[in-house]
Design a protein around this ligand. Structure first.
Ligand code: 6GU
Length: 248
């Protein structure tokens, strides 16, 4: 998978060199290219923003540098692979695990990080004439810019790229993973020692009874979902719950 990230703060993406994604890059599974938007400015001050038409606070990113950046990375008449453009913005569609899985199957993603009050809307409008564009938000709060959101999205997508995780099974029980646990949060986990500061690991996990352990884990996931995400719990499909679930 190829990822191009355009930002006025290319240094923001240094963390993509470490940990899981750093290793995936060194192994050639993910090909990340970070670009400074100011490379596509032509004035002495390398200006990327201007005042908003219609008035109001803050500044808006000028369309010209963005248009040139996108033309350079994905030339308008390029025949073979068409990239998918992701524009992080608090006004976008909510980013979900399902979206992460969908993006993980793409060969090429471009991320356009806006700052200030956003990017002149004509940039997305024009880009849509030649590539798929998704405006995506990562939660109901406002960040100073799209950079940290792109780090979040790239990490969620990158770990789903085949071969990136050591154990392919480790994504199936994730909270929000598609399938049986789609609307359940993962429950608590434990490792050695069996007793730590007078606290014992739940006995059932040491029992070797795999059926009972699976049942216990489901109970814990249900409890945690009801406690932390009543919105998800309210949306449980009754057909997916058995009698014991209903007692939890
Ligand atoms: Cl993607 N960008 C910004 N600036 N703020 C956000 C966001 C994105 N998602 C939530 N808040």
């Amino acid at each position: 998978m190829r990822l191009d990230i355009i930002s006025i703060f290319p240094g923001y993406f240094a963390p993509l060199e470490i940990s899981l994604l750093g290793k995936a890059r060194r192994r050639g599974l993910i090909d990340v290219h970070v670009h400074d938007l100011r490379e596509w400015t032509h004035d002495r001050h390398r200006t990327v923003d201007d005042t908003p038409y219609g008035g109001g606070p803050g500044m808006v990113m000028k369309p010209d540098p963005w248009g040139e950046a996108l033309d350079t990375l994905a030339p308008p008449a390029s025949p073979d692979v068409v990239p998918r453009l992701i524009v992080p913005t608090p006004s976008g569609r909510p980013f979900t695990q399902a979206m992460a899985a969908e993006l993980a199957a793409e060969p090429w993603l471009i991320f356009a990080c806006g700052r200030y009050e956003g990017i002149d809307a004509r940039v997305v409008e024009e880009a849509r004439t030649r590539m798929r564009v998704d405006e995506v938000g990562i939660g109901d709060y406002v960040l100073a810019g799209g950079e940290s959101a792109v780090l979040v999205i790239v990490e969620a997508v990158g770990r789903l790229v085949p071969g990136v995780l050591g154990n392919a099974d480790s994504v199936v029980d994730d909270s929000f993973a598609p399938g049986a646990m789609e609307t359940l949060l993962e429950g608590p986990v434990y490792t050695k020692p069996p007793v730590w500061r007078d606290r014992a690991v739940p006995e059932i996990l040491l029992s070797g009874d795999h059926g009972a352990i699976a049942r216990w884990r489901r109970d814990q996931a249900l409890r945690r979902t009801v406690a932390n995400r009543p919105d998800l719990a309210a949306a449980f499909d009754p057909a997916q719950l058995d009698d014991r679930d209903r007692r939890v």
